[in-house]
Design a protein around this ligand. Sequence first.
Ligand code: ATP
Ligand code: LTN
Length: 329
Amino acid sequence: MKRVFSGVQPTGNLHIGNYLGALRQFIELQDDHECIYCVVDMHSITLPQDPKELRSHILDIAALYMAIGIDPKKSIMFVQSEVSAHAELGWILTCSSYMGELSRMTQFKDKSKGKENGSIPTGIFTYPTLMAADILAYDADIVPVGNDQKQHIELTRDLAIRINNRFNKNTFVVPEGRFMKEGARVMALDDPTSKMSKSAENEFSRISILDSDTKIKKAIMRATTDSDALVKFDIENKPGISNLLSIYSAFSGTPISDLEKQYDGRGYGDFKKDLVEVTINAISPIREKFEEIRNSHELTKVLDDGRERASVIAEKVLARVKNDFGIGR
Ligand code: ATP
Ligand code: LTN
């Protein structure tokens, strides 16, 4: 069976971009793959976090994993900082990476924009090597993620291949990214030129999985469109309605071309009203399950068990890597 690894940062609640781009794939894969899903809390501290909120968000993301359908009998679920192999392998990979390639990461460029060199946190610079360690520590074959992570997956592959070539052996499995056709890059509702994000200031820029029906309705009805009122997919000239069409198609499974026909001549009002319904129907069952799971003993047990199972795999890989590098005795 092929092995799958992915992670989500506990910096806030999940939005529909996270769900449609990445988490939907987690569920699809778990029947015929060996899946490992991580709450990557060490990535979150690349920027300062309130400790109380961070701890609470770690459990929120774990509960959301289960609420969307991750089955701990089939998949391993755990918290990154509880398996020390990630940090150790992260350092080894940092030593095999170059300043040049890390400087080219667009997420780094975005997050350091406007800051002077002296005040850019080192963690946001070296973070892709920790992400590579997350993946390589499990000999993962497949990494289901949103489009924004493509460059980080490429770097992970480059590092794995570089080290394999250096030692002339298969120190690492070279993984591949897996991306959705619809929903791989959900854009902000108030600005369809930037991606939907947990951290954007305007709460109506996103729909969180735990939002109330009223909030969902408001966010969709206010979403930026254009003035010609044609329900047509055209990313260049009509990014707002194109984004909404992608979301509709991803939730309903209806191809965009069919949606265009269905709403031909009917304007944005009808389309948005239906999108509200489709979205609420898709995410309200997740919200209900989340409430049940979040404070249950089961969640603690699942994460304890996940930590043990993940450690066994990662420790083995780490021992192999240390041996190849010649560190330790
Ligand atoms: P955000 O930008 O929303 O704060 P993030 O990308 O920094 O989130 P994560 O929460 O770790 O960090 O992302 C989890 C998964 O969701 C990743 O696979 C990522 O590629 C995917 N993802 C994040 N935003 C979007 C989006 N707008 N559209 C599609 N997939 C997304
Ligand atoms: N970098 C990712 C989160 C992440 C991840 C991973 C995803 C950290 N480690 C390993 C897949 C596999 C992000 O910011 N969305």
